[in-house]
Design a protein around this ligand. Sequence first.
Ligand code: BES
Ligand code: MN
Ligand code: ZN
Length: 496
Amino acid sequence: MEFSTQTSIDLAQINTEALAVGVFKNQVLSPAAEQIDQASQGAIRSVLESEFKGDAKTSLVLRQLPGVAAKRVVIIGLGEQKKYNAKAHAAAEATFATYAKSASIKEVTSTLASIDTPDSTITERSRASAQALGYANYKYDATLSTKDDAPSQIEQAAIWSAPTEAAAIETGLAQGKAIADGVNFTRLLADLPPNICTPTFLAQEAKKMGEQFPSLKVEVLERKQIEALKMGSFLSVAKGSDEPPVFIVIKHTPTTSSDEAPLVLVGKGLTFDSGGISLKPAASMDEMKYDMGGAASVFGTMRAVAELNLDREIIGIIASCENMPSGRANKPGDVVTSMAGKTIEVLNTDAEGRLVLCDALTYAERFNPAAVINIATLTGACIVALGDINSGLFSNNDALAEQIKEASQQTNDGVWQLPITDEYQAKLKSNFADIANIGSPGAGSITAACFLARFTEQYPWAHLDVAGTAWASGSNKGATGRPVPLLVQYLINQTA
Ligand code: BES
Ligand code: MN
Ligand code: ZN
């Protein structure tokens, strides 16, 4: 999708397929709606008494209004004016995008970003507009036999505002487009079935991305090289599967080289998690194809970083394999040796994410990173604690945790911090190794984070548990692309 700014003072003159204008409850018109109302001799006010109440998530289409060049004026409900904020703006733009998609409209103009909110700048609202419109273009059809030959995509979107704000809007639109492209890429990788999206497939996708973006250099380590690095913990999970593991490093080097230490993202890339010998129950096991959601978010974020050519060295690491039961699989009671040299007692083979991540986190030390953020669908317990609303946030560094919360608020991509303390660490004690791979009793998300914390003492680190947020279950089953918006925003903030 192409985005542009539209700064024509006279809205009624704008020639477009669909023009979105906002109306609050109680018949309060946004300035843009007011302009259209006046140009059309009250066409908007005339529908407010009966058909349209201005409720959030509602819209009404008016065609060929007298005195208005736009083919359609789409009135978007904004809800109560005094509650109107950045989140409500994003929802309003999404309502418009959904309408445009369903009506197969390829070219749109929106005035919604021009409506002030107390908690956002025009740049932030333009970014949110581009995100909402961009998200609407994702539809999974990779493995459907009948594809829509003319998929209804929004191809061009113009954001309307005062001429003085054009530059601020351009900035927001570029960021929003990059985030939306990243989110949609993440969603596709995550939604692909596990017989297609294997570790080898992910490695190929990484190489493709490296060819597409000049700032990205991609390195793929195969089993032999992973063995040479002594990643005994990661390999213990991988060896239960016939699919070979891969360790992917995607490095973004900006054209204007900065001398700041790099920021590193580490993604859990289990392209399928059966649980291994500690086999999972059959119900919803298909959803364990999403156990590479963390890795997929690293792909999407690195894509956005490259698209924006952020002025900072940023490195994405993905450790990818399958967790399967077999004659070579981990057994409960096995003791494995991690790259860091710590021994681990595998008490439950289904707690495999931390076994894979700990070696990737040790590998990250070689970059002398300013910060490392790992993203993982790590624990079912995180869904119990936070549901599908917030991702779990854990950190060994308060400043880093605050920066992540700030980016989370800016992008409406929620996180909630949970503690890592010595009392919880004590639950990981093993009689037969330096550490056990599960803790008991209770606090499953925290003890998982505690396990990772043992391997991240060399740098500021945060862990995002996206078990509840990376995909939706039920009839709308599908990847969400979270936490790509948060991650890209965090990285933008670190480079600004
Ligand atoms: N990938 C799962 C976590 C998960 C489960 C995410 C369900 C989303 C939905 C992870 O590898 C796992 O199986 N964790 C175990 C840990 C337990 C054995 C300590 C869990 O959460 O049950
Ligand atoms: Mn598991
Ligand atoms: Zn898993």
